[in-house]
Design a protein around this ligand. Structure first.
Ligand SMILES: Cc1cc2nc3c(=O)[nH]c(=O)nc-3n(C[C@H](O)[C@H](O)[C@H](O)COP(=O)(O)O)c2cc1C
Length: 398
């Protein structure tokens, strides 16, 4: 595994120990007020020994009034700085880096948590789990750019190695980029250049606050996979704009919580078998930009990972669900102890539910909770048990 084991130097000058990265996984394990908890310390202490080059935190919220899920970490000011320092210390004790993923849900905030969601425009999520968002004012947009920058600075002050903008999966940055959710007619909407202004200003503000020697990156969709939304061509253009700004790492994913492409539920069988859902896109990106590239979604075999790095298609392999099932997965792949890291084939037997991917995230979140309690993951965890716990409803057959 000579290629995935090799070190890499980021544009900011920081060296990374290998090419295997734990992508962001929302843990839902913080205290109710967003403070990093003992459970998070336990989980990250374990992942710190996983052999990964970088661990991205699950998405950390920039505004306590707008959350993606309950028990998300929050980074608004220095209130939890000591806790973030402890998280960084535990995660980074063995040469693995910790980067904070910074996020705001925008309209994709569940109604039980957000009675006044905001977004670039008032385009509602189709599901009744979400309320119609109110369009942000210009002052609020400027305040949000500050908040993303402040969160990155908190990551730096806590001793983390970097910060990542969550620009994917239909959250606020994605909503600005998408022509479906951004109908603004001011300088924050309309042309792609205007729709990309929010993310570019966030990046510039983070860089200004954190300096040139701090690692900054973004996770961005190759496409939203919805008519009228962010397309591959648009993504390519935005990635080129980000590249010109001097990003340390661009991670490519895809989809939104309406079209869950990030976990593969809507890909053709042939794409899933080939691994790495967005690999064709990243090959095209590679020809146009020089920023380091990471691809997340579907990587399962060491041979495919090794080949992707050897071919120079990308620089880092992002793994999500494998880290939920095997907290030592990077060491195991690098040492050859395992040659693949398959994920669970979850099935409720209800086709519509399975196709929607709705049980995918909660089932894996339960695995993270097990590790937060000091237990091992349980690959045999019953998906209907998880369903009953999160919905409070009984399984249909009962
Ligand atoms: C439980 C769970 C939580 C996730 N939380 C986040 C998140 O906070 N931020 C993010 O960018 N992606 C999140 N994702 C998506 C993963 O980072 C990754 O893109 C996806 O799982 C595909 O990679 P994989 O095929 O290796 O699992 C989450 C995925 C799962 C399963």
């Amino acid at each position: 595994m000579k290629h995935i084991s090799s070190t890499f130097q980021l544009p900011c000058g920081i060296s990374v120990k290998n090419r295997l990265v734990k992508s962001a996984l929302s843990e839902a394990l913080a205290e109710p007020n967003g403070r990093p908890s003992e459970k998070l310390f336990k989980l990250y202490e374990r992942w710190g020994k996983s052999g990964a080059a970088i661990l991205f935190t699950g998405n950390v919220m920039v505004d306590k009034d707008h959350l993606v899920n309950a028990n998300a970490m929050i980074a608004e000011d220095d209130e939890f700085l000591e806790d973030y320092k402890k998280l960084a210390e535990l995660a980074q004790a063995h040469g693995t880096q910790l980067w904070m993923q910074v996020n705001h849900p925008g309209r994709q905030a569940p109604v039980n948590l957000d009675k006044a969601p905001v977004s670039p425009s008032n385009v509602k999520m189709p599901s009744n789990r979400y309320l119609e968002p109110r369009p942000l004012t210009e002052d609020e947009i400027l305040d949000l750019i500050e908040r993303y920058g402040n969160a990155a600075l908190i990551a730096k002050k806590a001793g983390m190695s970097g910060a990542q903008i969550h620009g994917a999966h239909g959250y606020l940055v994605s909503q600005f980029l998408s022509g479906l959710t951004n109908l603004r007619t001011d300088k924050w909407g309309g042309s792609l250049e205007n729709r990309a202004r929010f993310v570019l200003e966030i990046y510039r503000n983070m860089r200004k606050k954190c300096g040139d020697d701090f690692s900054l990156g973004i996770k961005i969709n190759s496409a939203d996979f919805q008519r009228g939304a962010f397309t591959e061509e648009e993504s390519m253009e935005v990635i080129q704009m980000l590249d010109a700004e001097g990003m340390d790492l661009i991670e490519v994913s895809g989809g939104t919580y309406e079209r869950a492409a990030m976990v593969g539920t809507m890909h053709k069988e042939s794409t899933k078998q080939r691994e790495a859902y967005f690999i064709d896109f990243i090959g095209k990106v590679r020809e146009k930009i020089s920023s380091p590239l990471m691809l997340t979604g579907g990587f399962r075999t060491a041979a495919t990972m090794e080949e992707a790095i050897e071919n120079g298609e990308l620089d880092f392999i992002g793994l999500g669900r494998p880290f939920c099932l095997n907290p030592n997965v990077a060491n195991d792949l690098l040492s050859g102890t395992i040659d693949s890291c398959p994920v669970a084939q979850l099935s409720t037997g209800v086709e519509k539910l399975d196709r929607s991917g709705a049980m995918e995230t909660p089932w894996y979140v339960f695995q993270l909770a097990r590790m937060g309690h000091g237990m091992d993951p349980d690959p045999n965890l019953d998906v209907w048990d998880v369903y009953e716990k999160i919905t409070g409803k009984q399984r249909p057959s009962a």
